[in-house]
Design a protein around this ligand. Structure first.
Ligand code: ADP
Length: 409
């Protein structure tokens, strides 16, 4: 089955065309046929990239003023011209959509019908920056590919197993009842892929595998996984909570926003913007939000960049330690993924150095040489295995789409 995976954000569309089936899932034999991105939607010079497997990639700038044009272009790139991998759009069998927020309504992926689309619309309240674009992606693709099945794969679904003591905030309960205010967690599709691969790498049954999954990208979250299920995660009602991220502050004293608003004369929009877009690595270092830039600055002797790195590492290690304790029995692995987790041996080493009390020991050579590949990076003596597992969220979405279409969710 050829599944188009669509991830429609506020100003970008990412896509992959994946050949998969229940049998291919079983054999781990899915195939990426093509993938690409369209960024800066709404401008006359939107960067477009499309990389068909085994063929040269296309990179160009195009005028793309809205999402409809962008999704239309995705289908065109797949079926026309030098990048074509299909003889007609009709060869697309199904579409899988990344949907940010499913609230408490969805603990697994579903086929989208009018009722499901209505519930995703209701969840806009919970994710006003993401769900409207995800939903728009579905509406446009549904119009352009009439009659094809569409599946919704939610970023929050994996975390629906988090128990009440971990998902409630200690604020008046009525706010949960009225507005659904609780911890939802995000990056669920990525953490699900990490437990899926880690239990295979360990050779243990998934329901008997305990893992701390560390998704360290431009957005960062850590997930405590016991018996294959999420029991806690660092992002909360929004993706702002938890770790230090590229531009997000993560955990702060909840009274701070009021104090800063008063001192700096900021309104609600401005403080929200500051904590989401001007904090984290960027805010602390004053130079950049990218860990590669931070590393270069440290090498130049920049003390604020060093501080940004240290706060990032400390917070990550603190969450891992807390989650190892909360898992409550043997932790079989700590797995690192996403941009920083996959590509930065130095950050991994600094985090793991703080976990020596748990008997976690890195194999320095394995860690140093592991960049963007799947590998065990701990010593044979380490009490907990440490892995690097490149995440594949699109693959999870394609596989879930197949399962939904085949009625096997
Ligand atoms: P997103 O959350 O946008 O999907 P990614 O998982 O692609 O992000 O992670 C992007 C981030 O990964 C970059 O902002 C950068 O901080 C980090 N990164 C990527 N490559 C490296 C590298 N070689 N060394 C350190 N950090 C890296």
């Amino acid at each position: 089955m050829k599944v188009l995976v669509l991830n429609c954000g506020s100003s970008s569309v990412k896509f992959q065309l994946i050949e998969t089936s229940l049998d291919a899932i079983e054999r781990n034999a899915d195939e990426i046929i093509s993938r690409g991105t369209i960024e800066k939607i709404g401008t006359d010079a939107a960067p477009v990239s499309c990389h068909p497997a085994g063929a040269p990639p296309l990179r160009q700038e195009r005028e793309i003023l809205d999402h409809e044009t962008a999704v239309h272009l995705v289908i065109e790139l797949l079926s026309e011209g030098d990048t074509a991998v299909l003889s007609s759009p009709d060869e697309i069998d199904a579409v899988g959509h990344r949907i940010t927020h499913g609230g408490e309504h969805f603990d697994h992926s579903v086929l989208i019908d009018n009722k499901v689309a209505g519930v995703i619309r209701e969840c806009i309240d919970l994710a006003p920056l993401h769900n409207p674009h995800n939903l728009k992606g579905y509406e446009i693709a549904n119009k352009l590919l009439p009659g094809k099945p569409h599946a919704a794969v939610f970023d929050t679904a994996f975390h629906q197993t988090i128990p009440p003591e971990a998902h409630h905030y200690a604020i008046p309960y009525v706010l949960y009842e009225r507005h659904g205010i609780r911890r939802y967690g995000f990056h669920g599709t990525s953490h699900r892929y990490i437990i899926f691969r880690t239990h295979q790498l360990l050779g243990r049954p998934r329901d008997k595998t305990n893992v701390v999954s560390c998704h360290l990208g431009s957005g960062c979250s850590i997930c405590a996984i016991r018996g294959g299920q999420s029991i806690d995660t660092s992002m909360g009602f929004t993706p702002l909570e938890g770790l230090v991220m590229g531009t997000r502050c993560g955990d702060i004293d909840p009274a701070l926003p009021f104090h800063i608003m008063e001192k700096e004369n900021l309104d609600v929009y401005e403080i929200n913007n500051m904590l989401n877009k001007h904090s984290g690595l960027l805010g602390l270092s004053g130079t950049g939000n990218d860990m590669r830039e931070i590393k270069e600055e440290i090498e130049r002797g920049n003390k604020r960049a060093e501080l940004a790195r240290d706060v990032f590492v400390y917070r990550a290690a603190k969450y891992i330690a807390a989650y190892m304790a909360m898992i409550g029995s043997e932790v079989h692995a700590i797995s690192f993924t996403a941009g920083i987790g996959e590509n930065s041996p130095i950050i991994r080493r600094r985090i793991v150095d703080r976990l020596s009390i748990f008997g976690v020991e890195l194999d320095e050579e394995a860690n140093d040489s592991c960049i963007g590949t799947e590998r065990r990076i701990s010593t044979a003596n380490s009490r907990v295995a440490v892995y690097v597992v490149p995440t594949q969220e699109e693959l999870v979405i394609a596989r879930d789409t197949v399962r939904c279409v085949e009625g096997k969710t």
